[in-house]
Design a protein around this ligand. Sequence first.
Ligand code: NI
Length: 200
Amino acid sequence: MRWLIYGVAAVALIVAAGIAVLAVKVIEGGPTETGGLMGQPSVGGPFELVDGDGRTVTPADFAGKYMVLYFGFTYCPDVCPTELIAIADALDLLTPEQRARIQPIFVTVDPERDTPAVVKDYASNFHPQMIGLTGSPEQIREAAKAYRVYYAKQEADENGNYQMAHSSFIYVMGPDGRFLRHFSMGTSPEEIAEGLRSAM
Ligand code: NI
């Protein structure tokens, strides 16, 4: 029953996110600074986070690379692992040259439990190239805001365990740090790989 509730909540979030995107499209209308599709909302921007070794990182640390970002949490039972596996499989479908131009990044929305060591270990388990980022609650809040990521801590059970509700999109940023595109939940590794190839 609990998983059903999470499932329903996840679908509701996706629908809400879709409506939000549509609303932004209606409101903004015109072309974007990225020269992308009409009315694509601006996503991304400056952030300050902490990497797996405790170092402060900003987008400047990834300049020149295509950032492929995913926001989630390491205790996530299903959605995050599924999406991170999809990213990893997509990377493996690319040539080594293409892969070398990409920096896959997992950003936690659960900094309370996801310490630098935890995100480092978690991300690298999905793909050797993937790094994990965390930060203070404030740093995470700011980064999530920049990427229009929704997240909320759910009520803890009797053992103190809790889930994080969160939106689920894979974001692709260009070597100049600008938003290029996103992939919705459930996009296949083949589609992601093709999307990355055509974005490069
Ligand atoms: Ni998740």
